[in-house]
Design a protein around this ligand. Structure first.
Ligand code: ADE
Length: 226
């Protein structure tokens, strides 16, 4: 998979160079190309912001640098172009899986109070939000999406890790897990996990998933994530 990102703050993406995602990038399991929107500004001071017509608080990103950046990077519109915004569809695990199946993704990060609407209308396929709160820019949201998507790219997770048995993989929260010691601080691991009876372990885990989901995230049982 190829992922392009248009941003005023490419250095923010250093956060993706660590851990599992960093290793995957170093191994070339997917490609991440960062594009500084400011490099495309034709303004003599390389400005990328201006006051909103009609007044209002803050500044907006001007359309020219962003439009030129997007279309220089992806002239044939090969990538799915995604603008990170609180107005977008919320990122869920099923959305992550859907995006992970694309050949090319292009994340466009806004800053200030947002971007000129004409860029969204002309150049963007969809808007994506990571939750009902407002960030200062799209960078963290793009990193969240890239991190979650990368886990579905073949080879990124080792064989000991898996996207199959985890929270949301079947629409439920994950069951609790325990490792050694069998008693810690006076608290014992549930007996069934030490029983060696795999059918009983599976049954217990499924019951835990249902109970936890009912208690903590009843909305998931109603299929509101889908
Ligand atoms: N940009 C600002 N807030 C955002 C959010 N919640 N999700 C995605 N992009 C954003």
């Amino acid at each position: 998979m190829k992922i392009d990102v248009a941003t005023l703050f490419p250095e923010a993406f250093d956060g993706l160079k660590v851990g599992i995602v960093g290793k995957a990038l170093a191994k070339g399991l997917f490609e991440l190309d960062l594009h500084n929107i400011r490099d495309y500004s034709t303004d003599k001071h390389r400005r990328c912001d201006d006051y909103p017509f009609g007044g209002g608080a803050g500044m907006l990103m001007t359309p020219q640098p962003l439009h030129d950046c997007i279309n220089a990077v992806d002239p044939e519109r090969r990538a799915r172009r995604i603008y990170l915004s609180p107005k977008g569809q919320t990122l869920t695990q099923s959305k992550v899986v859907e995006l992970s199946r694309q050949e090319a993704l292009f994340f466009v990060c806004g800053a200030y109070e947002g971007v000129d609407q004409r860029v969204i209308d002309l150049d963007i396929d969809e808007e994506l939000s990571i939750g009902d709160y407002v960030l200062t820019g799209g960078e963290l949201a793009a990193m969240v999406a890239i991190n979650a998507i990368s886990r579905y790219i073949p080879g990124v997770l080792g064989s000991e890790q898996s996207t199959e048995e985890e929270s949301f993989s079947d629409g439920l929260l994950e069951y609790p897990q325990y490792t050694r010691p069998a008693v810690f601080n006076g608290v014992a691991v549930p007996d069934v996990l030490l029983s060696g009876n795999h059918a009983e372990v599976d049954k217990w885990r499924r019951a835990q998933q249902l109970e936890l989901t009912r208690k903590l995230r009843p909305d998931l049982l109603k299929g509101e994530d889908k």
